[in-house]
Write a protein that binds this ligand. Structure first.
Ligand code: PXG
Ligand code: PLP
Length: 441
């Protein structure tokens, strides 16, 4: 299909997380996608360096996924998920469980990462209540954490821009761990940085302040993606696990970005060898072909809630579209591709070349840090003195104009391509970024 002759009316759509007025004065519109590439409405090929928004892990428009969605849409478009079921929903849950660490095999479906986070926080509260620990209501998040945009997610999240407008309405009992980012100690680390394990001990201070008996859960991204690729220091997640377990606090890994191969393993939990109690996911679970998310829960946590009541509904929570048939079909087709093509193994095999190409940017203009793990890299730029974020924004626009899609947050560029990328494309991506960095002031 060719690009429409005249551009659409841009005025009605209120765009998410976008500078609307600026965008509409200079729109960048995408028309098609296949494999590693987008095509813009002006007919340019753009190498997808970000898997869309960290979600198209198997590459774009995979025929098996397209076919699964299309045939399901013709067979049964929708089925209520409350008090009724459909076989694909159960099959999709079984498939999701097969990618999770042993024992984390009860699955609740949502439509997004934000919904997965709110669902996980509610499960944590319900778990303690079911066990007679109803006073455990406090939640602990982390600075620079991103857990989506629901009220639960922004409450435990640690991004001030996402919180300040809504600060009067955030959840009342929330604390935050310090973030683990330190250029002073860890600049240009490859993989997990050496410094920062002790930052997990801050949890002990929070426990000492409030008493463990009031704390329900700790939620962290095992690798914080959104706020600029913050790789966990060596030993840090292990220490968080040890402290939470000792105090009966649930540990939630928000794996919306990390699940399904980003680090070269099915989950970050498996990658780091740390097993939480609850894992949230979205994005890669359906290759983003249909909006979908899920929460995978340790069997004991599920059983405490589901076996903890006499009769009737055990957990008062759910979405109209939980396990939507099109989502279930997309999930099954996607997970089938991951397994058949061993895409996580591919990501693991490519990660040394990816690391090398990323770190070749050390010494490029403006670059003050490069960090990486699996198939994700963060390239931090020095900020312009009077305009934080402006340099990365310009780099993003220039990359797009030169046929490369990257992400930026603040003055950090993030690269997280589909796992089907090849070595030549990895070279193209980082060399292209290097070229753009030379062109901007
Ligand atoms: N948790 C984590 C860890 C995420 O990364 C969400 C929750 C929310 O998911 P939904 O599906 O509600 O958006 C996310 C989403 C970026 C970017 O450029 C990151 C996300 C979304 C959009 C852009 O860093 N992460
Ligand atoms: N608002 C109203 C008025 C509704 O009736 C519903 C669902 O029935 C919702 C919100 C929640 O929508 P969803 O289940 O898609 O999250």
């Amino acid at each position: 299909m060719n690009a429409p002759a005249s551009p659409p009316d841009l005025s009605h759509l209120w765009m998410p997380f976008t500078a609307n007025r600026q965008f509409k004065s200079q729109p960048r519109l995408l028309a098609r996608a296949e494999g590693m590439y987008y095509t813009s409405t002006d007919g340019r090929q753009i190498l997808d360096g970000t898997a869309g928004l960290w979600c198209v892990n198997a590459g774009h428009c995979r025929p098996e996924i397209v076919q699964a969605i299309a045939s399901q849409a013709g067979e049964m478009d929708y089925a209520p998920g409350f008090q009724l079921g459909h076989p694909l929903a159960f099959e999709a849950a079984t498939a999701v469980a097969s990618f999770m660490p042993a024992g984390i095999d009860r699955v609740f479906f949502t439509n997004s990462g934000s919904e997965s986070v709110d669902t996980a926080l509610k499960i944590a509260l319900a778990y303690h209540r079911a066990r007679g620990d109803a006073q455990r209501t406090r939640l602990v998040g982390r600075e620079r954490g991103y857990h989506g945009v629901g009220f639960g997610g922004i409450s435990v999240g640690g991004i001030s821009a996402n919180r300040k407008t809504f600060s009067g309405a955030l959840l009342p009992a929330v604390d935050h761990l310090p973030h683990t980012h330190s250029l002073e100690h860890n600049a240009f680390s490859k993989g997990q940085p050496a410094w920062g394990e002790h930052l997990a001990d801050e949890l002990e201070r929070i426990v000492a302040l409030h008493d463990a008996s009031t704390i329900a859960a700790v939620i962290v991204e095992p690798m914080a993606g959104s706020t600029g690729v913050l790789v966990p220091p060596k030993g840090y997640l292990q220490r968080l696990r040890e402290i939470t377990a000792r105090h009966g606090i649930l540990l939630i890994f928000d794996e919306v970005i990390t699940a399904y191969g980003r680090l070269g393993s099915p989950t970050a939990a498996e990658h780091f060898g740390v097993t939480p109690d609850i894992i949230t996911m979205a994005k890669g679970v359906s290759n983003a072909a249909v909006p979908a998310g899920a929460v995978a829960v340790k069997r004991e946590v599920h059983d405490a809630i589901v076996n903890g009541v006499q009769g009737g509904i055990e957990f008062f929570h759910g979405y109209t579209y939980s396990a939507h048939p099109l989502a279930a079909a997309a999930i099954l087709a996607t997970l089938g591709i991951y397994r058949r093509d061993d895409l996580f193994g591919r990501a693991r095999d490519l990660s040394p070349a990816f690391e090398k190409a990323a770190h070749a940017l050390q010494g490029a203009p403006h670059v003050i840090d490069v960090r990486n793990i699996g198939l994700v890299a963060g390239i931090e730029l020095a900020s312009r003195p009077d305009a934080p974020g402006a340099r990365a924004a310009e780099a993003f626009r220039k990359c797009f104009d030169s046929g490369l899609m990257v992400r930026y947050t603040g003055d950090i560029l993030a690269v997280s391509p589909p796992l089907i990328i090849d070595e030549a494309q990895i070279g193209e991506l980082f060399e292209g970024i290097g070229k753009v960095l030379k062109e901007i002031a």
